[in-house]
Design a protein around this ligand. Structure first.
Ligand code: KG4
Ligand code: ZN
Length: 347
């Protein structure tokens, strides 16, 4: 019997539904929520409402694209945690209802595990154990993946996530949310060495991005003259605005360069500490063209085998939930109808 799973992802502002058969993704349909752009960040209540509007049409589209019907399914999977509680609840309630109505098993999936396992969707796949740097809007982690269901976090951010560093920088530059992809775009035409931002000295494999954000704030307030907090240095708002307008590609390229070096220097350290040379990246920020290129180059230099999920499986998507559910199915890790969403969750 082929294992056929319908999977839901609704942890933040993407409503995504995927179908997989025997670990192969047949469809992965995602509806983005444009409603948040005007607010400069995700508004939780609006996100929940948009999920409720999108979930049925997106499910229908995913099923149609896969060529399967509800009757063909063997299991329903859903992101259980972590995420925005109202958003998660929409997916969880919908998935539970379907599992109950179809009388098939339910599988709860951890969103961060799923980001890592997105690397098992396409060939070539990493062999175990592999390292994964997961960089998203809410998390920055380095994990050792011993098997699809055994993951060990060996480093994580102590404050902001890498995606937040991108998004908060974009906000300071007056760019709309989510700013990560826009910084990526501007950075392509900029000089990454024009401006220099500090690299935090955090021991071990943990990350910190809040100091970088502060130094960018003062750099902009001082119209590029200094990163030091001294109100007497501050330029007029008009001067700052002009400075940003005239130097946007170089500012974006320089900030992006620093974020990437912070990430990759820790990843190099992790490979040295663990001796593991199968290395992956995952999460929304792994869609960044500068990070993808620098990661491949670092891999060549240090003799790693490198893996990056296809673009559609980097940002939030149900394909990664489906593949994780497939491995949980193989190990008999099912949930019952008491499954609840959780905003925060330990591994
Ligand atoms: O994994 P994800 O879709 O959602 C979370 O689980 O948080 O990641 C979203 C994050 C946002 O911060 C977004 O700005 C960032 O990924 N992102 C990017 C790019 N595409 C998405 N950051 C930099 N460059 C990109 N191309
Ligand atoms: Zn995510």
């Amino acid at each position: 019997m082929k294992i056929k799973i319908l999977a839901f992802e609704s942890s933040c502002d993407e409503t995504s539904v995927a179908v997989c058969a025997e670990g192969k993704i047949l469809s992965n349909v995602t509806a983005n929520q444009k409603v948040h752009e005007q607010y400069g960040g995700v508004v939780p209540e609006l996100a929940s409402r948009a999920h409720m509007q999108h979930i049925i049409p997106v499910t229908e589209a995913a099923l149609k694209k896969s060529g399967l019907t509800l009757k063909d399914l063997n299991a329903i999977a859903v992101t259980q945690s972590p995420g925005l509680i109202g958003s998660l609840l929409v997916g969880v309630q919908f998935a539970k209802s379907l599992a109950l109505a179809l009388n098939i098993p339910l599988i709860g999936v951890h969103h961060m595990q799923a980001h890592v396992l997105a690397n098992l969707i396409d060939d070539p796949k990493p062999s175990f154990p592999f390292l994964c740097l997961t960089v998203s809007g809410g998390h920055t982690q380095i994990v050792i993946c011993h098997s699809p269901t055994q993951l060990e976090v060996i480093g994580e951010t102590i404050d902001d996530a890498a995606g937040e560093a991108f998004d908060k920088t974009a906000k300071l530059l007056g760019l709309p949310y989510p700013g990560g992809p826009l910084i990526d775009q501007y950075a392509r035409n900029g000089n990454p060495h024009r401006f220099s931002f500090p690299e935090p000295q955090i021991p071990g494999l943990n990350f910190s991005f809040s100091g970088l954000k502060t130094s960018i704030l003062y750099f902009l307030k001082n119209a590029g003259k200094s990163q030091i907090y001294k109100p007497e240095y501050f330029a007029t708002p008009k001067k700052t605005e002009n400075f940003i307008q005239q130097n946007l590609p170089d500012i974006c390229a320089s900030v992006q360069h620093r974020i990437i070096t912070i990430l990759l220097n820790k990843l190099i350290k992790a490979t040295e500490q663990t001796g593991i040379k199968e290395v992956c990246i995952a999460g929304g920020v792994s869609a960044n063209s500068g990070l993808r290129k620098a990661f491949e180059e670092t891999g060549k230099k240090y003799n790693w085998n490198t893996y990056i999920p296809a673009f559609q499986y980097c940002t939030d998507n149900a394909g990664m939930i489906a593949i994780t559910a497939y491995y949980k199915y193989l190990e008999g890790q099912f949930a019952d109808l008491s499954l609840t969403a959780s905003a925060r969750a330990e591994w």
